[in-house]
Design a protein around this ligand. Structure first.
Ligand SMILES: C[S@@+](CC[C@H](N)C(=O)[O-])C[C@H]1O[C@@H](n2cnc3c(N)ncnc32)[C@H](O)[C@@H]1O
Length: 298
């Protein structure tokens, strides 16, 4: 349902076998779509095992969407109404091949999204505003540029409008949305800590699957909500996890610097593959990604 830069769905076959079973569950600290954890969970349930998943992401659009998934039905209704209203407007105003109406709507939705982002009471993702935020966020995600979610220094969402075929952006149907939410709702139901796993793993037996952002192109770090993410942040994260006893699997871009960094901190590179052209790089140059494992410590 979401277009998410760096989503791992197409590499699931390579990543999933690297994630062992664990009664302690699996935590994705850089969760994105959360698809890796959800696929792990489906595999574990299929085999009759316990499968708690924990999810964290800094992005407020994702946090709002996941919060709505876990919320009472009335928030889903607010979500649906808000989303449908915007989709209807796009459908009625868009003229094939003419981008003027979409550009105006995009600007308005983005302004409203940013206003709600600042309006909402601190940490209350169970507020009706969260449902509106999530709905406008999903509309922006589909109408915006290549599933990129970027914020400027004022912490305002500033991804530009996307390029689409003449018919305009394609929005997820009610069925698609229902499915997306119900899968997450089922995962959340038996695990109230799904969203706010906060600073560290919930237990020492929890598997950690970390998929941090790329360290940046030409040393230019990506700007995320509340902070940028580049090589210094990656170094900081690798140092932090040194004290964790957990089994950790990492996917990241495979540069000589990162190879050295992970290697120096007890991680073993166990696989590599090419991601064909990445949207964030602004071109279609293939990027090499690696999978590293750091076994349980102690
Ligand atoms: C490569 S994407 C993860 C994609 C995910 N594995 C998937 O399949 O959808 C990296 C994620 O890290 C998040 N992120 C960036 N900075 C972060 C931070 N400081 N803490 C937590 N998440 C962060 C981004 O919002 C983004 O969703």
């Amino acid at each position: 349902m979401l277009r998410w830069a760096g989503a791992k769905s197409r590499f699931m076959d390579r990543i999933l076998p690297r994630l062992p079973s664990s009664d302690g569950g699996l935590w994705e600290p850089f969760g994105g779509t959360g698809e890796v954890g959800l696929t792990w969970r489906a595999r574990e349930l299929e085999a009759g095992r316990r499968a708690h998943i924990y999810y964290t992401d800094i992005d407020p659009m994702l946090r709002a969407l996941f919060a709505v998934a876990a919320s009472p039905r009335y928030l889903r209704d607010i979500f649906d109404m808000t989303f449908e209203r915007q989709v209807e407007r796009t459908k009625s105003e868009h003229v094939a091949g003419d981008w003027s109406a979409l550009r105006i709507q995009y600007q308005e939705v983005r302004d409203e999204f940013n206003r709600l982002l600042w309006d909402r009471a601190e940490n209350t993702y169970t507020h009706p505003h969260a449902a509106q935020l999530a709905a406008l966020g999903l509309w922006l995600n589909r109408a915006g540029f290549n599933g990129i979610s970027r914020y400027n220094k004022q912490q305002l969402f500033n991804t530009p409008v996307g390029r689409h075929n003449v018919q305009g952006p394609i929005f997820p149907s009610a069925e698609e949305r229902e499915h997306w939410f119900s899968v997450r709702y089922n995962a959340l139901r038996d695990n109230p800590r799904y969203i706010y796993a906060a600073d560290g793993p919930p237990s020492s037996s929890c598997i950690v699957y970390a998929d941090p952002p790329y360290t940046g192109f030409d040393d230019k770090p990506c700007e995320f909500y509340l902070q940028r993410y580049g090589l210094p942040e990656t170094e900081q994260w690798v140092k932090t996890v040194q004290n964790w006893p957990n089994y950790i699997v990492v996917t990241n871009n495979l540069t000589p610097t990162l190879r050295q960094l992970y290697g120096d901190h007890g991680f073993t590179l166990i696989d590599k593959y090419m991601r064909p052209g990445t949207v964030s790089a602004g071109d279609r140059t293939p990027i090499q990604e690696g999978i590293w494992v750091r076994p349980f410590k102690g």
